[in-house]
Design a protein around this ligand. Sequence first.
Ligand code: URA
Length: 239
Amino acid sequence: MGQERLDKLLAATGRWSRREAKTLIREGRVLVGGRPALLPEGKADPEEEEILVDGTPLNWERYTYLMLNKPAGVVSATDDRRQKTVLDLLPPELQRRGLFPVGRLDRDTEGLLLLTNNGPLAHRLLAPRRHVDKRYYVELDGPVDKDDAAAFAAGMMLGGESCLPALLEPGEQPGQAFVTLHEGKFHQIKRMFFSRGRTVLYLKRMSMGPLTLDPQLQPGEFRNLFEEERQDLEKIMRE
Ligand code: URA
């Protein structure tokens, strides 16, 4: 990690704004390695030195990773003038951490969305050449059959663009299905079914790469990734 400005480190926890962090430092309430650090622009390495704020260790993490069960009706963006965004679902201290969604789900799509402030990781997860699998649960206005599955598997043409082969599996009921994509084109699943004469009535992402949506999370709820899940993601970074 190395040395970083102290006010920036405090603000990165989301507990304080940059301005509040500067005030805390100037008031002598922040100790680095046991000594008051009086200059906001002073530097510290949180992996090497103990940082205390009002006597409490700074809860510093290099990156934050949240698993969100995105509800319908919010957009996968960090800010939008008119519509509620996924960041609006978070408390203020998390809103200040510079989180962004890794990829997009349509406004009416529910399910797994990873929020992080780890740019390089997001970049890798989204890189087309990595083809990270995304699995969706779909409800349709009618049944799917073997011909639909064969068309998905063959790689469809959508608006002159060819899609990678996709897996279509029937669900328990006739209008239910699961689709696994290895890419993420605009409205891809809706358009794929539309080209087969079907309309998507409900869409939910169940998994993305090594992450599976936690069934305990209700729409709109989120949690930090477990250590194991973080490690699985980091493995992707090394591949
Ligand atoms: N395909 C869609 O059509 N919409 C989504 O949100 C995700 C995949």
